[in-house]
Design a protein around this ligand. Sequence first.
Ligand SMILES: [Zn+2]
Length: 465
Amino acid sequence: MTFLSRSVLLVTLVTMSSAQAQTDPKIDQIINEGKYHSQVMNHLTYISKNIGPRLTGSPRLYKAQQWAVNKFKQLGLKNVHLEKWGEVPVGWDRAGLQVAKMVEPFESDMVFTMSAWSNGTKGIVKAEVVKAPETAEQLEKVKANLKGKWILFPGSAGGRGGFSSIPAEVSDAIDASGIAGRIYGSRNELVITSGSWTGKTYEAHPGVTRITVRKSDYDRLARNIDFGRHVVVAIGSEGTWYKGPIPQYNVVADIPGTEKPDEFVIVSGHYDSWNGPGSEGTCDNGTGSSTAIEAARILMKSGAKPKRTIRFILWSGEEQGIYGSSNYVKLHPELLPKISAVLVDDGGTGYQGGYDCIASQLPILDAAIAPVAKAFPDLPMKNRVHEKMPQGGGSDHAPFNRIGVPGFFTIESGDADYNFVHHTQFDNLEQARPNYLIQSATNHAVVSYTLANLPDLLPREAQKQ
Ligand SMILES: [Zn+2]
């Protein structure tokens, strides 16, 4: 090493240490805890494997919420409770038999799903498959022959894919003829679960069983029918109904602020999930729930004492219409002027690559993420400036942005394929990326702590009256 380079190094060291003197040393401690002592995968493993999918209104979601309450209490958070946002008219969960296979002309397993809050089979229903008549004339010819059969419908039962083009009166007449149920095909090898409690009660939940199988399974059934073969399937898809109305909750837990306890930074994600066969509700959104829980753990373990309250919220009812967060906004008009920011992690198992924000927020958010970007150099981060805060997008940031409280859906980054897991049979723990989630939880902790310690609330958009 030459003298010259040594003096350059010395200058650099002096500059760095004076810059560091301006940052809170607590940030280093938070990053150290988050990066090297992470428990985020422990939380996610419990949620995915010990509890499993968490449909809103189901006992499994309530069990998961109680587990989270206990976890937040163990971590030493305050004001830990379930906060009611509303109720669902009737509960439902997948339970019992979940099997589907072609048994004639040869045996072949099928991968399938059935919408939530829909009528399943009672036991295994083994019956012939016939194609649905598509016009009134076709219906007239085959009407007497539909009873007890599985009817193969063109198109998808819903979710991502087209809908059947069969006229409603033909479609209704098919159901009215005492069929075993409908079989739809997905547009690819992913089967998408959706569903709704609308119009259902414990006593009345009309509708025939509707199964969606993979495209390859659908094509196999259709091809064999076209070849004139006798095609038989055996399908058992069952669910349990729970008498409503059933109260529904968000999980709430606080690290109280030391100077401005009635001002808030919210760290959140939705805890509910779909529950199709194979799904553990891991990436949508066990991941965002686990990063929130882990951020709380990191901050408590680091002894962080934020000036404002950092409030952790695990929303529910997100999948059916963002109910948990929308109702939180409605139920708490008094809090809204005092919420600095709402961080929402709900984009799968990617890492937190930054925030979508408006220009006035950019320097603050750039400074907030800088130490995290430095600590995880392989996971680049960048905030993006927009003219307005995003009000669309189906997640829990949107209701806040609509009324002018800055809501941030973290920019989900990395190379994980969200489409592969989103509401599909592959939403399980094996798809989770530990290194991304360790970064996400650390970033949640650093950014929420930084924002909670700002002199002022984060700048927000002016609201039109
Ligand atoms: Zn979802």
